[in-house]
Design a protein around this ligand. Structure first.
Ligand SMILES: Nc1ncnc2c1ncn2[C@@H]1O[C@H](COP(=O)(O)OP(=O)(O)OP(=O)(O)O)[C@@H](O)[C@H]1O
Ligand SMILES: [Mg+2]
Length: 229
């Protein structure tokens, strides 16, 4: 089953004169339960595309279907509700709130989504056990290692049980060992919970192990890397 479809996505940014065309007709599909890597040179538009797919930014043109729903025409209110419930984000820098403990950081998305499962914290505990963070629940982000923070960021993206997790360079700041731990976590979540991931990354270690690789180059998606002349 196809979980996410993007059709003919265009995006440009204003320049002093004219516009900078970044996405020039991106088409892609992500299968339910797959781990897909989005690759491409720096500046090719990976973050731009993830933000558009995650409804944090608007395309100039194009259509996005998630869980069979066309999100292109939703109002702002519908969109933020939809986003909170259906999409999880992992950013390059973890964006954990420093004044909240690990546990409070994880509860936050439940409250933001006004999720009635908020009191069902058993899934949360299960995720913490999976990542070996159970006894760190009372720690503030400053009391966690970089790798631990990034694992918390992945768990936080999952607490609302979103259909898809969009991750932008999730291992970008991690050493090889912590990068490998994070990748194992992602694979385990796919295996045990059928979780779907779309991951923008430069990491060879990560892209070797995914189900499918997409290459963003010159504003469009290809299935093989293109080498500049
Ligand atoms: N808000 C903005 N206004 C103007 N230009 C922007 C804006 N955001 C991004 N850009 C430009 O769009 C291009 C694509 O940026 P983007 O961050 O999507 O690239 P990327 O593929 O994620 O790169 P990296 O691998 O370095 O993270 C860049 O050339 C960038 O300068
Ligand atoms: Mg980027």
């Amino acid at each position: 089953m196809i979980l996410l479809t993007a059709e003919d996505i265009h995006k440009s940014y204003p320049l002093n004169s004219g516009r900078l065309q970044i996405l020039k007709g991106v088409n892609l599909e992500v299968e339910q339960g797959s781990i897909v890597a989005l690759m491409g040179p720096s500046g090719s538009g990976k973050s731009t595309l993830l933000n558009i797919l995650g409804t944090l930014d608007q395309p100039d043109r194009g259509r996005i279907l998630l869980n069979g729903q066309d999100i292109s025409n939703m109002t702002d209110n519908e969109l933020s509700r939809f986003r909170n419930r259906n999409i999880g984000f992992v950013f390059q820098f973890h964006h954990l709130l420093p004044e909240l403990t690990l546990w409070e950081n994880l509860e936050l998305p439940l409250w933001l989504a006004n999720n009635r499962r908020a009191l069902d914290t058993s899934y949360l505990r299960q995720l913490l056990e999976l990542t070996g963070l159970v006894d760190r629940c009372g720690h503030y982000p400053s009391q966690l290692s970089g790798g631990e923070r990034q694992r918390v960021a992945v768990i936080r993206a999952l607490v609302n049980r979103p259909g898809i997790v969009l991750a932008d360079e999730p291992t970008g700041n991690l050493d090889a060992e912590n990068g490998a731990i994070l990748l194992n976590l992602i694979k385990q979540l796919r295996r045990d919970h059928g979780q779907t991931f779309l991951i923008a990354t430069h990491s060879e270690t990560l892209t070797e192990k995914v189900d499918r690789r997409l290459y963003l180059h010159k504003g469009v998606i290809g299935l093989t890397p293109e080498v500049d002349e």
